[in-house]
Write a protein of this length. Structure first.
Ligand SMILES: NC(=O)c1ccc[n+]([C@@H]2O[C@H](COP(=O)([O-])OP(=O)(O)OC[C@H]3O[C@@H](n4cnc5c(N)ncnc54)[C@H](OP(=O)(O)O)[C@@H]3O)[C@@H](O)[C@H]2O)c1
Length: 259
């Protein structure tokens, strides 16, 4: 698809992939709107990327999504691309009785219900556009589970299946449905895992978003940058190779926390 003169809404645009998407898409001549929960981070991003428009909005809050839809489409009726990027990844020890259930399901509300609610809110509007697209950001951990982040993997695998289904159901509309299957990358989300995983294998987010932009431009509906491509192949022919490594990392990390 043409990646200029679009009006693009990116959830979670104040750091990591969302920020890099905003930076690249602005440079390509698009109107870019970003969201996030933290107003101070939105203000800072606006300083760094003066062309960007910002809305404070929490993707896990259904009312906030309704308000975002009303305000964003009123101010930007040309809005034609939605990037569901906002996400959270946490280590969770499922045997830790001090973690309450609301806390455990938090990632489901952000990473899975959030994008689904965003799509349902924006779908009637996107259907009125001739050059529309939805991009959902999943993960290599949607292909092979990382037991240290049990809820995260469940949300990303769920989002991957949902995205495949959405693509089929929207086949006869003008909306193209993309999935970015992102590998581990050096962003604030990943910082919490340094010490658990081998940081030298993390992909530079700038390079990762470059692959994503090229994928969108060439209508590659499933985009696998860097190690995600390897994970996609290995997950089909020998899934236990990577899963065994992830199991070992989990056991080591949980043992360290309990020690
Ligand atoms: N980095 C990786 O290794 C990696 C690998 C695979 C997939 N991914 C996926 O890529 C996406 C972006 O991750 P990242 O690494 O760029 O993370 P990041 O640097 O932590 O950025 C996350 C962004 O999302 C926003 N956000 C978080 N929760 C939100 C909510 N409830 N509502 C609205 N905005 C919210 C954050 O701002 P506020 O905190 O101010 O809300 C921030 O702007 C996520 O979906 C993640 O799962 C990341």
């Amino acid at each position: 698809m043409e990646l200029n003169k679009n009006t693009i809404l990116i959830t979670g645009g104040t750091s990591g992939f969302g920020y890099e998407f905003a930076n690249r898409l602005l440079a390509l001549g698009n109107t870019v709107i970003i969201t996030g929960r933290d107003q101070a981070k939105l203000d800072l991003t606006k300083k760094k990327l003066p062309g960007v428009y910002t809305f404070q909005s929490d993707v896990s809050d259904p009312e906030a999504i309704e308000k975002l839809f009303e305000r964003a489409t009123a101010q930007f009726p040309q809005l034609n691309i939605l990037i569901n990027n906002a996400g959270e990844m946490r280590k969770i020890d499922l045997q830790d009785e001090s973690i309450d259930l609301d806390n455990i399901v938090r990632e489901i509300n952000i990473n899975l219900s959030g994008p689904i609610r965003m799509v349902q809110a924006f779908l009637p509007h996107l259907k009125t556009k001739s050059n529309a697209a939805i991009l959902n950001v999943t993960s290599g951990l949607a292909l092979i589970p990382f037991p240290l982040t049990p809820i995260y993997g469940a949300t990303k695998a769920g989002l991957r299946f949902y995205t495949k289904s959405l693509r089929v159901q929207l086949k006869n509309t003008g909306i193209r449905v993309f999935e970015l299957v992102a590998p581990g990358s050096s962003t604030p989300l990943h910082d919490k895992f340094s010490g658990d995983v081998d940081d030298s294998r993390l992909m530079d987010p700038v390079k990762l978003i470059d692959v994503a932009i090229k994928g969108l431009q060439s209508d590659k509906f499933e985009i696998y940058p860097g190690l995600a491509k390897v994970m996609n192949i290995v997950s089909r022919i020998a899934p236990s190779v990577i899963f065994n490594q992830l199991k070992k990392i989990t056991e080591k990390s949980l043992a360290k926390t309990k020690a």
